[in-house]
Write a protein that binds this ligand. Structure first.
Ligand code: GLP
Length: 250
């Protein structure tokens, strides 16, 4: 596992955007796994900028997002689909046929989860999976206690996750209770993983992830068994990490 310490969130985002760009340049039909949340917003901005400046061809790239809230369709402003349209799909004029997210407004969520899992396999699996981390150590919406063997599934969000994510909604009551998320085994099959974390509020989760036991109460800890993981984080997020484990500093 490579742990890169970036001096600022801007630096972290720049390094991350470069990794995404390199992936698509080296493999124009790459399948990117994408994340939402506050953490990758700047990465997406820099990715867009790089695509334009370097004229990177994206017509053969495919994207698969990690998760989506129950009941929120692409036109709901708080859906992850709307987030992706705003930050990536629309500005880069990606075709709907190349961008996939679980359908939160599907009539049968369990069936949708299974179909989404199959779709990922159909496109040959994910080349590079971008991840954030929740304050409780979740990745995607895999809350603590999720089996490491999980595939794309329907999840009950913890009160804590609903609380934290309510900052994106007008009122806490609007935060859905359930979501569809890629599972931990699905994420582990990505050929390369890039996890970003910044700020003091991620410190506890990062310390548990990197320094603690590999156990299901810390969903991210399974990533330590993956053979190609890069973490880029700022100093506040890495405060609890043994400095010997930090491989590069920017
Ligand atoms: C959400 C998402 C995760 C994300 C996490 C952290 O719950 N489902 O994929 O990594 O929150 O979000 P943020 O980057 O806003 O801190």
């Amino acid at each position: 596992m490579k742990i890169i310490q970036a001096a600022t969130k801007e630096q972290m985002s720049k390094l991350a955007a470069n990794i995404l760009i390199d992936c698509v340049k080296n493999k124009p039909d790459a399948v990117l796994g994408l994340a939402t949340g506050g953490t990758p917003e700047e990465t997406y901005r820099m990715f867009r900028q790089n695509v334009k400046e370097k004229r990177v061809e994206l017509s053969r790239m495919r994207t698969f997002n990690l998760d989506e809230y129950e009941g929120l369709g692409p036109n709901h402003p708080m859906s992850y689909h709307a987030y992706m349209k705003q930050h990536l799909f629309d500005p880069l004029q990606l075709r709907p046929s190349q961008c996939f997210l679980p359908k939160g407004d599907a009539l049968n969520l369990e069936e949708e989860a299974q179909q989404y899992e199959e779709l990922i396999q159909k496109y040959g699996g994910i080349d590079l999976q971008l991840l954030g981390i929740g304050e409780n150590g979740h990745i995607a919406f895999n809350e603590p206690g999720t089996p490491f063997t999980s595939r794309t599934h329907v999840v009950e969000l913890t009160p804590n996750t609903r609380d934290i994510n309510s900052r994106f909604f007008d009122k806490k009551e609007q935060v859905p209770y359930r979501a569809i998320t890629m599972g931990l085994a699905t994420i582990m099959e990505a050929r390369k993983i890039l996890l970003l974390a910044n700020g003091e509020r991620k410190q506890k989760a990062m310390t548990r992830f990197i320094e603690g036991e590999i156990a299901e109460d810390a969903p991210a800890s399974i990533l330590r068994k993956h053979r190609d993981v890069t973490i880029i984080a700022d100093p506040p997020a890495l405060t609890g990490i043994n400095p010997d484990k930090i491989t590069e500093v920017y």
